[in-house]
Write a protein that binds this ligand. Structure first.
Ligand SMILES: NC(=O)c1ccc[n+]([C@@H]2O[C@H](COP(=O)([O-])OP(=O)(O)OC[C@H]3O[C@@H](n4cnc5c(N)ncnc54)[C@H](O)[C@@H]3O)[C@@H](O)[C@H]2O)c1
Length: 424
């Protein structure tokens, strides 16, 4: 059966999915409620840098912000954001909004596949009733699928095509329909999960496991710091054992690893189970920015440079290296804590959008040239641009100043002897 595919939500996840479908299928529609995003995509520009502008320009996909253009679709793939609110509870507004939108164009026999990360049960318990009510169709008149996204923004190796895709369906027939849909675009193949809930749970634990492993490394780093042992050296030694997992300490930001565990814990709490291990890990990871800033203050005091207005350069603001994505970055925690001590903080990032930095965090990004003779520098995000200029960066710190290397980008031997070097 030839499907007419519409992708709803064209962000980091939806756009590559839409493009992959458009390579194998005619008439793929890419829908987003953000008119600016749709205009940019029509003009061949992807501000997330996930797809090459050339690939976008040569694609047959039609981009639209007009709901009416979705009417003829037979398959709807939903990839809208699923963040948390200020109380760290799942914020399902976009998911519900997109479901309402799809319900208005949904026809008998259509398939709706969700790719957004959710808690187990969300597709069946939250989305299905919205689709049925808005469309006026019986639940048995359309099919549901859930296929979690596993892409890693900025990673050109682990891509949609090269990562096994977990697929699931509301019925055996729906499962086969979802499987054959993704089989055409994912070279690595598909894994058929037993139920929608199994696939939802699989996705959410992938990131929960990662979050907890990093939390363990962060706790170890805090202990080793007190012992004056370099964590990177300990991990290099322990990592020679065949079954020691290669995680490293650091800030956990972004809208996956630091967010998804809350989807699982909220669901668990709603069932009367009080998750302890998962939330303990979250607390440690969320505290790291503040702790790094406090370490910086201690080092400045130790170097005799601590005074009101002392200058600290924070290098990198995005949630991880080599991406422009600022969402849920934990670097602002470092900045806020430093400012609370009366320090002057200069923030630089070669990839972040200056307007977005100002809008999201009230941070004015400075040019690289503005960072000269600072009292301390925190290498917060290991962007390639920083890795390739470690000498230049160090020369921008004053004699006797402090250098904090959060991700252990350099070895202590390479640190400038004029400076006090510290790594997490
Ligand atoms: N970014 C990742 O690395 C990644 C990886 C795996 C899973 N996920 C999950 O995939 C989902 C999407 O994430 P993303 O990073 O692509 O988000 P995103 O913010 O980059 O993009 C989402 C897009 O959806 C649009 N949108 C919002 N509400 C809409 C609506 N009601 N109808 C239509 N469009 C709407 C937004 O305008 C935006 O362009 C989330 O659940 C996320 O947790 C993300």
């Amino acid at each position: 059966m030839s499907e007419k595919i519409a992708v709803v939500g064209l962000g980091y996840v939806g756009l590559p999915v839409a493009l992959a479908f458009a390579r194998k299928n005619e008439g793929v529609i890419g829908f987003d409620i953000d008119h600016t995003r749709v205009r940019e995509l029509r003009e061949g520009h992807d501000r997330t840098h996930e797809v090459e502008d050339g690939d976008l320009a040569s694609s047959t996909i039609s981009f639209t912000a007009d709901e009416a253009d979705l009417r003829d679709a037979t398959v709807y793939v939903v990839a809208v954001p699923t963040p948390i609110d200020e109380s760290r509870r799942p914020d399902l507004r976009a998911l519900k909004g997109a479901s309402e939108l799809v319900s208005r164009v949904l026809g008998k026999g259509d398939l709706v596949v969700y790719e957004s990360t959710v808690f187990p049960g969300a597709t069946r318990d939250v989305c299905l009733p919205i689709l049925a009510e808005g469309s006026g169709l019986a639940e048995a008149d359309f099919e549901l699928g859930y296929s979690p996204e596993r892409i890693n923004p900025g990673d050109k190796v682990h891509r949609l095509e090269t990562i096994v895709k977990v697929v699931s369906g509301s019925t055996p027939a729906a499962l086969e329909r979802v499987a054959s849909l993704y089989d055409t675009i994912v070279d690595a193949g598909v894994h058929r999960a037993a139920t929608l809930e199994t696939a939802e749970a699989a996705k959410v634990i992938e990131n929960t496991q990662r979050d907890l492993n990093i939390a363990l490394m962060n706790e170890l780093a805090l202990i080793f710091d007190k012992l004056d042992i370099r964590t990177a050296d300990v991990l290099a030694a322990a990592g020679t054992k065949w079954n020691f997992l290669p995680f490293t300490p650091g800030l956990v930001g972004g809208h996956c690893i630091g967010v998804d565990p809350y989807y699982l814990t909220a669901k668990a709490e709603s069932l009367g189970y009080d998750p302890q291990v998962i939330l303990a890990g979250r607390r440690i990871n969320d505290s790291m920015g503040e702790r790094i800033a406090q370490r910086c203050v201690k080092l400045l005091v130790g170097s005799g440079l601590f005074e009101k207005g002392a200058k600290v350069a924070v290098m990198g603001l995005t949630f991880k290296e080599n991406v422009p994505d600022l969402r849920n970055s934990r670097v602002p925690d470092i900045i806020d804590e430093l400012r609370s001590f009366g320090l002057e903080v200069l923030v630089h990032d070669p990839l972040a959008d200056a307007d977005e930095a100002k809008h999201e965090y009230g941070v004015e990004l400075v040019q690289r040239e503005a960072i000269e003779g600072v009292d301390a520098m925190i290498l917060a995000v290991p962007h390639e641009a920083y890795r390739s200029d470690l000498g230049g960066l160090q020369s921008s710190v004053r004699d006797g100043g402090v250098l904090l290397d959060v991700k252990s980008m350099m070895s202590p031997q390479d640190a400038d002897s004029r400076l006090t070097y510290w790594s997490l």
